[in-house]
Design a protein around this ligand. Sequence first.
Ligand SMILES: Cc1ncc(COP(=O)(O)O)c(C=O)c1O
Length: 367
Amino acid sequence: MDRFIPISRPSITEKEIAYGTEAIRSTWVSSLGKYIDEFERNFAAFCDAKFGVALMNGTVAIQLALEASGIKEGDEVIVPDLSFVATANAVLYLGAVPVFADIDPVNLCIDPARMEEAITSKTRAVIPVHLYGHPADMVSIMEIAGKHDLVVIEDAAEAHGATINGKKVGSWGRCATFSFYGNKNITTGEGGMITTNDEKLYNRCRFLRDHAMSPVKRYWHPEKGYNFRMTNIQAALGCAQLERIEEIMQAKQRIFNSYSAALKGSSVQLNQTNAWATNAYWLITARMKNLSEQKRDLLIVELKKRGVDSRPFFYPMSALPYLPDTSKTPVTYQVFKEGINLPTYVDLTEDDIHFVCHHLLEILKDL
Ligand SMILES: Cc1ncc(COP(=O)(O)O)c(C=O)c1O
């Protein structure tokens, strides 16, 4: 095969190399150093939030956000049934119970009406996920959560820079969590962040991140904490990426526009964006009505044979063997099998997009 188009690839320039090298040369290679503070400050500002807490990854960001918000064993936490499994796993780490709510068939994020139906006397929190770059309907979610006194933690791992009514994700809930894994819109290799406007929560997250060490008495730990810290080298990468985030987001929009033009008139349904939202287009979503799980998997195999990487939508988390099947979520069960993600990364060319679309349509003809 002379051509292979991966699904994702980070955009690394001389800037990332220079900042990363500088961090190493400075010898500040662990979790102290100028890049940590700068990355936290600048990323929080990018999200219109006051505070940022840099962490090892996006999964521990959710875990820490839940713990710092007082979520305890036996509490119920509502999450959308369609998400990467980290959202539910973080709830389990606290001994709490993930309760799955169905999704909106257009934006693929939690449906606020289904979320409200899932509330019981044990519900303490909700984690809306901004899936594949589209923000959840935070206006409705915040209103419902306010009525029921629920903590709201946005899982914004996939949606850096997306907006709702012109306001960025990351400052709607009590706090938000981000991932900077290598396939995310900006990356630190592995990495995560909590953003918040709540100073008390911010201080609690910083404290727990660093083994709950007393800020005034070194090596005194009044309770159990964690080592969830990000390194200065990772943060150096993050600072460089953040300086390029507008360029990266514009590239994602260009990629979506090109896919739309190339697939116009076909039966393939690409990402749909609500009028109140802007989409960060983490990954192009392609939905083919009435596709079975088997045919979808065949489509992925055939694309790969022709040099195009793709991936299936997430399985409904309630279908996974170790997670509770706590609710009926028919939209999730319909959507997950009709969707795949297509290559989406900054260096993807127009020619690459035409290559992908040509093969996609060819395969679909005979599927
Ligand atoms: C929706 C969602 N939540 C959480 C995570 C976890 O982030 P990480 O891989 O950095 O732990 C991811 C991604 O990887 C994700 O897509």
